[in-house]
Design a protein around this ligand. Sequence first.
Ligand code: HEC
Length: 227
Amino acid sequence: MRIIVFVTLAAGIALAETPVDFQRQVRPILSDNCFHCHGPDRTTRMANLRLDTREGAFAPRKQGAAIVPGQPAASLILERIRHQDPARVMPPPQSHKKISAQQQQILTRWIAQGAPWQEHWAFQQPAKPSLPTVRNTQWPRSPLDQLLLARIEAAGLTPAPEADRRPRPHRSPAPTRRRRSLRHRPRPGRLRKARRPLPRLPPVRRTPRPLLARRRPLRRHPRPPRR
Ligand code: HEC
């Protein structure tokens, strides 16, 4: 328990310094909770406020601006999300949406960090990131490892030890007994007969004989129910 608390605390402290990722952390909060009334759809848009575009979110309004980069206290969205009056709070209670304390914290940190508004990665020009410094310089074998390790260390974790390279013995699945056909439901009197061992495959020479001796042909499919 203590370890969990410690790890969470360490992760919390480390995360306070890491920049908030707009696309991954901020935009989903806004799109889930606000876009229905402040998004691209003109027919459901309220207060003529768009929060899905940079222009809309930063545009000056009568009371200020929805988002004022670097100034969480001046940003209308935070004021309205934290509002005590149910008639003013955003999202409105009747929308049955709610912003958690953690999501509020993400929005606040993002605005405090200057509210960087990146386009979706698919529209961004790829750029080579500079490699972060890591404490355990022995672990990374490639630049990719270094990126991973930086994130692992930021979360207060350490990489798991390397897995054994020896291949694991491959176990074949347990041999299954050939199942009797599902449609074969012996009546109680026939139970003993039904318990006879199943004919093996491929058939031995004498197997077909009792089969051929049957008067009725073998049914391949269950009979349709009688009406
Ligand atoms: C169910 C519809 C609905 C949802 C969802 C909603 N809003 Fe609103 N919002 C409104 C309406 C209606 C108004 C105008 C009335 C008012 O000011 O309360 C408004 C007004 C605002 C204003 C004030 C604009 C101004 O200039 O006065 C802000 C800021 C705002 N919303 C932010 C948000 C944020 C942030 C979210 C998501 C967390 C959100 N809203 C979700 C309906 C909604």
